[in-house]
Design a protein around this ligand. Structure first.
Ligand code: ATP
Length: 382
């Protein structure tokens, strides 16, 4: 087995712009923990720093300088400065009153804090004052074996979102899942968990380099369906202004029940994209039937680009590409003010004149820029 020492963790800390400040923290027992330790020990580039503190994390957070936000209910502080961020959390023991609910917490030692964590490989810490490597039983062996293992049998019952974390780490790190942990994960149910927590974990998954691995793994527990070819085709059509994470979510959640989506506490834009995504098959049919740029506009003018990409991926690729790359960007050179200056009353009629003119322009029926547009908009009836 690899025999781990704290050195790579301390070296990775020292190499960061905020490293000296972190290594100089004094006053109470504090350790770096979680992903930073895990990644440094196996030679991956570590990401955020998480510190676990015995006592009030505020006392140390203030030593770091920077912008401090305190989450008293979670006994945690967040410090941000010059592009880096550090999370400081008070060491705690947790009691889970209901499966899936947030736990009640009480202050504890760092060692006690480590055993309430999700997986052995995430429960390794290095103390900052004396550079000790701390780990619950089996955790260093897990890391040496590149293995994800829960620290006790109740783990997924206490917090079923850990199955979402399991799927995420497994894909990202390429670690195996310990057989007993796999069995426990299979039994875990996500329906006791609030939609907001599921939504938060989904966002973390979508931020991964390969979100489809974990999404596929979770498809038996969440109402998601992963069609890799469809996602790849939709991503290939996605224009630069599309939100790629949201596009993936909308593609895999195409058949999700709306009550489930309601619970996720999505933003209005996220929800709108998902709802349009759910209509992708009928949009695709309409898109395939559109014969001119103005007909493309009839079908797509209110549809977000992510949903157009999904619809295009279902078949009418060229029509989607044409809309996204070209047609949707076509604008008139004239505006409402020009028509008002020419005597048209503000109101629906003015809008109809502009729309009619834009359609002509899109279909190549207007030669000659601004003048021709104005003539078209002012000519004829409303
Ligand atoms: P990464 O940032 O690489 O995704 P991380 O391990 O830093 O990984 P965070 O989500 O920042 O992940 O969590 C920090 C640490 O907090 C984890 O390593 C783990 O020890 C603990 N943790 C986070 N979520 C849970 C959970 N639901 N149950 C138990 N422990 C958790």
């Amino acid at each position: 087995m690899d025999s781990f020492t704290p050195d790579p963790v301390l070296a990775a800390l020292a190499a960061r712009p905020d490293g000296a400040a972190v290594l100089g923290l004094r006053g109470t027992r504090v350790a770096v923990v979680g992903g930073f330790v895990r990644d440094s020990l196996i030679g991956r580039a570590p990401r955020e720093i998480d510190l676990v503190v015995e006592g009030d994390p505020r006392l140390l957070a203030e030593q770091l300088g920077g912008e401090l936000s305190v989450h008293a209910a979670f006994l945690a502080c967040h410090v941000a400065r010059d592009g880096w961020a550090i999370e400081l959390t008070q060491a705690r023991r947790e009691r889970y009153v209901h499966p899936g609910a947030l736990p009640t917490v009480e202050p504890a030692t760092i060692e006690q804090d480590l055993v309430r964590r999700d997986f052995g490989v995430n429960a390794i810490a290095v103390t900052l004052d004396d550079g000790q490597l701390l780990a619950p039983a089996g955790a260093l062996e897990d890391l040496a074996a590149r293995r994800l293992r829960v620290l006790h049998e109740q783990s997924f019952i206490d917090d079923p979102t850990r199955v979402m974390r399991l799927a995420r780490y497994r894909t990202r790190l390429g670690f195996a899942v310990a057989p007993e942990t796999a069995q426990l994960a299979e039994l875990a149910r996500l329906d006791t968990v609030s939609g907001a927590r599921i939504g938060a974990e989904l966002r973390l998954i979508l931020g991964e380099p390969d979100p489809l691995g974990p999404l596929d793994e979770l498809a038996g527990k969440l109402p998601l369906a992963v069609d890799r070819e469809l996602v790849a085709a939709a991503l290939a059509l996605a224009p630069p202004d599309a939100d790629r994470e949201l596009l993936i979510l909308a593609t895999v959640a195409r058949n999700a029940p709306s009550a489930w989506l309601d619970a996720l506490e999505l933003t209005a834009r996220e929800r709108a994209v998902i709802d349009f995504g759910a209509r992708a098959a009928s949009l695709a049919a309409a898109l395939g039937a559109a014969r001119s740029p103005s007909e493309l506009r009839d079908v797509l003018r209110t549809v977000p680009p992510e949903a157009v990409a999904i619809a295009g991926a279902l078949g009418p690729t060229e029509a989607a590409r044409r809309w996204l790359g070209d047609v949707r960007h076509v604008k008139l050179e004239i505006g409402g003010d020009d028509l008002i200056a020419a005597g048209v009353q503000p109101g629906p009629e003015l809008g109809a004149r502009l729309e009619r003119t834009l359609r002509r322009k899109l279909d190549g029926e207007l030669e000659g820029g601004r003048e021709a547009e104005l003539e078209s908009a002012l000519g004829g009836g409303p």
